[in-house]
Design a protein around this ligand. Structure first.
Ligand SMILES: Nc1ncnc2c1ncn2[C@@H]1O[C@H](COP(=O)(O)OP(=O)(O)OP(=O)(O)O)[C@@H](O)[C@H]1O
Length: 311
């Protein structure tokens, strides 16, 4: 389990992490989501004891991780892709890591097998592709057979096969009862991997919930209606509690009514319908809605750019 309490990190005037409180439970994959610069990496570094919080505290498996007698058995972490000592073979790199952390050498061959690097284990890490480097990083994180596994953007640079591999690995680790906390800025990837989500924006907590709840909270659950009689249908549907919007001629988006209710109302009003589609926001859309005010660097809207050019 990971417990984060009132965690704050300042870099000079910059508040990278702002009073974060959340708990990550064992037995499930929890996604750590946020736009670029939201404070994910900084938070993970503080959980792993690599950065000192300005305020607040972190507990891993109920204790201060840095005081643990066997830290690698408590927490395994893969930070964002970085070069490993290039002259060594993958196996020697892991053997050195094992030796300095009191992990038996036989565990090295186990993790090499687990991450699918057996064939290249004696090759120099310098010649590894990004995907192979990621697998090696994961092997390092799993070396101590840790109860808590943290991976920072693990699918970055992976091909589709590698992405699938990470997804299955994370689920397998969680099903063994481990705590799995994985950061990403890819909502669609998280939707297929995580059960729970911790969402941050500008260092602050935006949501701490399940994937399902996160999506349904953000969706308007609107119904898209295509009709040549849009103004008349709008009249027929409008009443308190119902919202009807239109961004395109002949197309309405209706909130507050089901597709069935709209279809029935159209039939009573004798109005033709060409399309009636219930819409559920994707995780991507839900994320964009909820972190809308929390994006550090936002692209300028095209309209605004046009106006500025015109002036
Ligand atoms: N060592 C540092 N010195 C100064 N500012 C920093 C430092 N590390 C991070 N920051 C700033 O803190 C904020 C949070 O950064 P962080 O890397 O934790 O975000 P992130 O959510 O992991 O983003 P990304 O997905 O881009 O990695 C950013 O504004 C970043 O510029």
């Amino acid at each position: 389990m990971i417990e984060v309490e009132n965690l704050r990190k300042e870099y000079g005037d910059k508040v990278a992490v702002d009073d974060l409180t959340f708990t990550v439970q064992p037995g499930t994959v929890t996604g750590f989501l946020g736009p670029n610069g939201a404070g994910k990496s900084t938070t993970l570094r503080m959980i792993a004891g690599l950065d000192e919080p300005t305020r607040g505290r972190v507990r891993v498996n109920g204790a201060d991780y840095r005081r643990s007698a066997a830290p690698m058995a408590e927490l395994g972490i893969l930070l964002e892709a970085k070069a490993v000592h290039t002259g060594r073979s993958a196996r020697n790199h892991l053997l050195a890591l094992a030796a300095t952390n009191g992990v038996p050498a036989r565990r090295v061959d186990e993790v090499i097998e687990m991450v699918g690097l057996a064939e290249v284990a004696r090759k120099r890490v310098g010649g590894f592709s990004l995907g192979m480097g990621q697998r090696l990083g994961v092997a390092g994180a799993l070396l101590g057979d840790p109860r808590v596994v943290i991976l920072d953007e693990p699918v970055n640079g992976l091909d589709p096969e590698g992405v699938l591999w990470i997804r299955n690995l994370l689920k397998a680790l969680a099903s063994q009862g481990r705590t799995v906390f994985v950061s990403s800025h890819l909502m669609s990837e998280m939707a297929q991997t995580a059960t729970r989500l911790v969402v941050v924006g500008r260092g602050k907590l935006v949501a701490d919930t399940t994937v399902d709840e996160f999506v349904s909270r953000a969706t308007g659950n609107g119904v898209l209606v295509r009709t040549p009689e849009a103004p008349r249908l709008r009249e027929a549907l409008l009443r308190p509690g119902i919202t009807v919007t239109s961004e395109e001629q002949g197309v309405l988006e209706v909130f507050g009514l089901t597709a069935q209710e709209i279809g029935t109302a159209a039939w009573h009003a004798n109005l033709p319908l060409y399309e009636l589609t219930s819409r559920t926001a994707s995780l991507e859309e839900a994320f964009m809605q909820l972190t809308h005010d929390a994006v550090e660097y936002r692209n300028q809207p095209v309209d605004q750019m046009k106006q500025e050019v015109a002036v």
